[in-house]
Write a protein that binds this ligand. Structure first.
Ligand code: SIN
Ligand code: CO
Length: 387
């Protein structure tokens, strides 16, 4: 599925992280990629995150999946919506919805959540911390958007749902199949199904919070720091007042702390690994028994396509002249020459077409072996596992 007449550079300049944008059917020919029954089926599976939100008059009720299949037989009259997270990990046609948004780097992409609502169903007025493209799949939904919110914005008292206490719409639209609404982080929004069979795809992004970065990076450093790396007095002087922590001592202490935290190369490696950690352990593509270089060579020789696990997170940073550090599902791989070329292609394409020089490279073969054995890629014979 491609978007026609969508200028991604202009979008990034004028709207991304700035203001909402409604785009009426940007697809040449919109085809809803998932049947409602299949979504309900996913919500019954162990290891898939799903929620059911029902609005009973003014009361919002939240249930967590997995649901028994019979749960959807008797839904009652109150408006409800079913939400299933990371559907792209399980349904290739839903994963294909991400492709047009690849103008945003891999490391910022989260997953595709899919909702299905009865007439009047929705999750209530709220704001998210992340950018989202809301693509109307089936049926119609009235979207209203409101003001920018932050941590001080009043919320309704509810244990699980973060619903806005006050919501004043500044704009509203009814989205038809194929229509799309971009909502930046922090902007209040509320989507209500107009009629039954309302299906919405949320292509969601992520951005680490400063507290998450500082917390996890310092946890990582803590694991590396030895006990005997300690403060030492330089040329100690007699102090006028023994109660003072002298400026020299403070400077030394502060330097100890900041030198450890400021390790730029260490941070880059750690961040790439941390950011590429899989969110759900549900898509285990690891082979039953580990593959070796001969297996990979013969799969390549027979022309079997190499595919990325749709749940895998892949990205890289450039290093030295022709090298890069590839991050795949929490691990890093230093690559140069042909393997760097291969890693760059792997990060850019769902189905990886290897050039002849890559197939001839032992380094590339070794990298594919490692990636296969950790389940980040597989030769296409395994693709049915995705479903
Ligand atoms: C929905 O699909 O109903 C909710 C999506 C959202 O508001 O983020
Ligand atoms: Co939202």
């Amino acid at each position: 599925m491609q978007m026609v007449d969508f200028d991604s550079a202009a979008f990034l300049r004028d709207y991304w992280q700035k203001k909402p944008l409604l785009i009426r059917n940007p697809w040449g020919n919109w085809i809803n990629p998932l049947e409602p029954d299949d979504l309900a089926g996913l919500a019954c599976e162990e290891g898939i995150e799903s929620r059911l939100v029902t609005r009973k008059r003014t009361k919002w009720v939240l249930e967590h999946g997995p649901f028994p299949e019979t749960r959807f037989d008797t839904m009652g009259k109150a408006p409800w919506t079913l939400l299933v997270q990371a559907v792209d990990h399980h349904v290739p046609d839903v994963a294909a919805l991400i492709a047009p948004f690849r103008f945003v780097p891999n490391w910022r992409i989260d997953d595709v959540m899919v909702s299905f609502a009865s007439d009047g169903g929705g999750v209530g007025p709220h704001f998210d911390q992340y950018d989202v493209f809301l693509v109307q799949g089936l049926g119609r939904r009235r979207w209203r958007i409101g003001a920018a919110c932050d941590q001080d914005t009043p919320l309704l008292p509810h244990d699980d749902l973060r619903l806005l206490a006050d919501f004043d719409a500044t704009d509203e639209w009814i989205l038809e199949p194929g229509d799309m609404l971009y909502v930046p982080p922090g902007i209040a929004h509320d989507g209500v199904a107009v009629g039954d069979d309302c299906m919405t795809y949320s292509i969601g992004f992520r951005a680490p919070s400063r507290s998450e970065l500082v917390g996890h990076w310092s946890d990582h450093i803590l694991e590396l720091l030895p006990e005997d790396d300690r403060y030492r007095d330089g040329d100690a002087q007699v102090q006028d007042n023994p109660g003072e922590i002298s400026p020299d001592a403070l400077a030394g202490l502060h330097a100890m702390m900041s030198e450890a935290l400021m390790d730029r190369a260490g941070f880059a490696r750690w961040f790439g690994e941390y950011n590429s950690m899989p969110k759900y352990a549900d898509m285990d593509w690891r082979p039953e028994s580990p593959v070796d270089a001969d297996d990979v060579r013969s799969a390549l020789k027979s022309g079997t396509p190499l595919c990325r696990n749709p749940a895998s997170r892949l990205s890289f940073i450039r290093q030295d002249v022709d090298g890069l550090l590839l991050f795949a599902d929490g691990r890093s791989f230093a690559c140069t020459g042909a393997s760097a070329e291969f890693a760059a292609i792997l990060c850019a394409q769902d189905h990886v077409a290897l050039h002849a020089d890559m197939e001839a490279s032992d380094e590339v073969i070794a990298l594919i072996v490692a990636l296969c054995n950790q389940g980040s890629v597989a030769f296409e014979d395994n693709e049915e596992d995705m479903l």
